[in-house]
Design a protein around this ligand. Structure first.
Ligand code: SF4
Length: 369
């Protein structure tokens, strides 16, 4: 698009996921607001009737034989949400029964962060991974923020620490640090501003300088470098879901149907993005399918996306290369119900880092389009 991309890659010394230990069940919110009796989870005529309109939304992706398992949870969750004045924010990678049947808002990280900032609910339940719940807590610190499984991590978030960012600043003094939201609050606190895959180019260019540190996703940073003249200093962190796609796999899809539209997420490796017809965030991909209504489409991203979008776009055929995110899939209907009943697991952020991390997220949210 613009000039030759300029990227300098910084390789972390200690990449990898730290061990995530489950936390004890009841926290401060449970003591303050009390736990509720666990509702009956029984499939009966009343549940069938109550949830029939919701099954209509997922009937193309949830077989009838599975609905009697999901429906009693859907019914109980929707009832307890009202009782608790709670809201469920679900990422596009959540399973169809969560995305379509219990979520109040769905979207990509940026859209969910904006909803978290403005919600009037008392409790936010994050259908997503831990860094997303932290972002909700940063933007609305007076709310109780719950993540149904505290172990729902992210390979990108665990590829970098706040200490790593301080080292980068020492190595590149004066160079602004743009941090992908897929990071811990500790890392955000050391950053000038956050970005998501939908606004990364705009955020990088917002400084008006010729060099920017863009961390921790190497492939997102490399893609940004193809869209701007700014030189990018990148970190070698990867999404374990998107890095598994290959260009050869995409070429096979195109060989079998030359008319197919291939949409890739910018967390994919550069040669995969090269093969795609369109590159964008999950919300950009959804908009592409809704606006252009291609006959056949491949979404090169997490598995549940195609299921979720397909129920909203009849007539579009989805080819489903299926790479699941194990962290996103830790969130299930039974765990969401558990969160509502026992108010767990509550997300708290060390006050020493919360203010600085919040500033970096708020700068991004407030950036004019
Ligand atoms: S899909 Fe990738 S970036 Fe998203 S939560 Fe899973 S590991 Fe992290």
């Amino acid at each position: 698009m613009t000039a030759t991309p300029q990227v300098e890659l910084f390789v972390p010394k200690v990449p990898g996921l730290p061990a995530a230990a489950p936390q004890p069940g009841s926290g401060a919110a449970a003591k303050r607001l009390g736990v509720l009796p666990m509702p009956s989870i029984e499939w009966n005529k009343q549940v069938e009737k109550e949830t029939a309109y919701l099954y209509e939304r997922v009937k193309t992706v949830v077989p009838p034989v599975e609905w009697p398992f999901f429906a009693p949870y859907v019914s109980a969750i929707n009832r307890l949400k009202k009782e608790r004045n709670a809201v469920i924010l679900a990422h596009n990678y959540q399973t169809p029964e969560i995305y379509n049947c219990v979520a109040d808002f769905v979207g990509d990280s940026l859209q969910l962060a904006k909803e978290a900032a403005k919600t009037k609910a008392d409790i936010i339940i994050q259908g997503g991974v831990h860094f997303m719940a932290e972002t909700s807590k940063l933007l609305n610190p007076d709310k109780v923020v719950l993540i149904p499984d505290i172990r729902a991590g992210c390979s990108l978030a665990s590829s970098i620490t706040g200490a790593d960012v301080r080292l980068l600043r020492e190595r590149y003094p004066g160079v602004p640090v743009v941090t992908y939201v897929n990071t811990s609050a500790d890392v955000k606190a050391e950053s000038d501003i956050c970005c998501t895959s939908s606004n990364a180019v705009k955020v990088v260019e917002s400084f008006g300088v010729d060099r920017v540190i863009c961390i921790p996703d190497e492939y997102l940073a490399r893609w940004v470098a193809t869209q701007t003249k700014v030189k990018i200093i990148a970190w070698k962190g990867h999404c374990e879901v998107h890095e598994r796609f290959t260009a050869a796999e995409l070429r096979k899809f195109r060989e079998s149907d030359p008319g197919v539209q291939i949409l890739a997420h910018p967390e994919c490796p550069p040669d995969v993005i090269e093969e795609a017809d369109f590159t964008g965030s999950t919300s950009a991909m959804i908009n592409f399918v809704k606006d252009k209504r291609p006959k056949k489409v491949v979404m090169v991203t997490e598995c549940s996306m195609a299921d979720n979008v397909s129920s909203e776009t009849p007539g579009v055929e989805f080819i489903r290369p299926c790479n699941l995110c194990p962290h996103m899939k830790r969130i299930t209907l039974p765990k969401i119900l558990d969160s509502l009943v026992y108010l767990r697991e509550e997300v708290e952020i060390d006050p020493a880092i919360a203010d600085r991390a919040r500033r970096a997220v708020e700068r991004m949210v407030q950036l004019k389009s």
